[in-house]
Ligand binder design. Structure first.
Ligand SMILES: Nc1ncnc2c1ncn2[C@@H]1O[C@H](COP(=O)(O)OP(=O)(O)OP(=O)(O)O)[C@@H](O)[C@H]1O
Ligand SMILES: [Mg+2]
Length: 339
């Protein structure tokens, strides 16, 4: 299972549109796909036809990621009625807003990671739609992710927001979750006739180089129509829809290729801390990770993870279990990473 967040620190640039387009591409490709709707506006749930009264949602999962709760918060998308395939949604909820605090605890940001470990075998790809901020919910999404795709419009404030998002991803990667990487920046709502758009798109290319995806998503009414009908763009009629679907196929292909690129290379021998931290793989519970972190702190320079996450003192572990003192050789861990 691989996890991709779709984010931007600016609202309305097309995060949900891109998340749904990628979900459509994954669905068409036959991947077992889960969309996690972490945005309290619940647009992704709506787009996947998951509307109605549901008892459990992502808000309950963030409170308590127990097996039963996680399973009850996941429902089948109505897309499966149009075409055979496997696509589910972890339901969004306005109550998720309670978790969007500026200073989340480490325990809070780990909740989704823990929840996803419960369904690890059930999906090939998880796509997380995030709210437009760097608060608790987006960090929760990133901690659970292998990659983040940043969406940007070719406009001044979006460019600035993309830059901030890339920096925030890098900070979180260094601080807490080495497997996290930016997939890149995708330009959305591009209008080829607009000089301003061309200027801003070039600016993005200069700023991020290779990290800007070479495909651009243009401003197209078809996108809104398919979304409004809660249908995957891959089943929407017409040439425009087919063209957009093709672009989402390309972005998905880039994501899938990036998942298999081995992160191990980055864990150069000199970066011991990185190598050790690569233990933090999905499926380990937070307590184990905290034990390893505590051990790290004893062994080397103080880890900056708590600072980076603005985690308050009292949420740090006070006791270190004996079991954490058994550390495996770094080489073995690098292999795990490449697998
Ligand atoms: N390429 C596009 N062409 C036409 N319309 C688009 C395109 N991308 C997004 N839109 C429209 O723009 C609006 C905002 O897009 P979307 O909801 O995906 O943004 P968002 O970043 O998820 O917003 P929020 O920050 O509120 O979650 C929607 O009505 C959507 O249909
Ligand atoms: Mg959205």
């Amino acid at each position: 299972m691989h996890v991709l967040s779709v984010s931007s620190l600016k609202g309305g640039v097309g995060k949900t549109t891109v998340a749904l387009g990628l979900a459509s591409a994954a669905f068409a490709r036959g991947l077992r796909t889960l969309v996690v709707d972490l945005d309290p506006q619940c647009d992704a749930s709506t787009g996947l036809g998951a509307i109605g009264e549901f008892k459990e949602t992502v808000a309950d999962v963030l409170l308590n990621p127990r097996h039963n709760i996680v399973h009850r918060a996941i429902v089948a998308s109505s897309w499966g009625k149009v075409q055979s395939g496997h696509i589910d949604v972890m339901l969004g909820s306005p109550k998720a807003l309670n978790f969007d605090t500026p200073n989340p605890t480490l325990r809070d940001v780990w909740k989704l990671e823990e929840a996803l470990s419960r369904v690890e075998k059930d999906y090939d790809l998880v796509i997380i739609d995030t709210p437009p901020s760097i608060n608790g919910l987006t960090r929760t999404a990133w901690v659970a992710s292998d990659r983040v795709l940043i969406v940007s419009e070719p406009a001044i404030f979006s460019v600035v927001a993309a830059e901030r998002a890339m920096r925030a991803i890098e900070e979180l990667r260094r601080a807490l979750t080495p497997r996290l990487q930016a997939l890149g920046v995708v330009i959305n709502r591009y209008r080829p006739q607009s000089k301003e758009h061309e200027f801003r798109a070039n600016e993005l290319h200069e700023m991020f180089g290779e990290q800007v995806l070479h495909v651009r998503l243009e401003e197209r009414a078809t996108m809104q129509q398919a979304q409004g009908a809660a249908r995957p763009i891959h089943t929407w009629p017409g040439d425009s829809a087919a063209e957009i679907a093709g672009i989402f196929d390309e972005i998905l292909a880039a994501a899938l290729a990036s998942f298999v690129e081995h992160v191990g290379k980055r864990a150069a021998k000199s970066e011991k801390r990185f190598a050790r931290l690569s233990r933090i793989m999905r499926g380990q519970n937070l307590d184990t990770v905290l034990e390893i972190e505590a051990l790290e702190q004893k062994l080397e320079e103080p880890a900056d993870i708590f600072e980076a996450l603005d985690v308050s003192e009292d949420s740090q572990p006070t006791e270190i279990a004996e079991s954490a003192t058994e550390s495996e050789p770094i080489e073995a861990e690098e292999k795990t990473n490449e697998a």
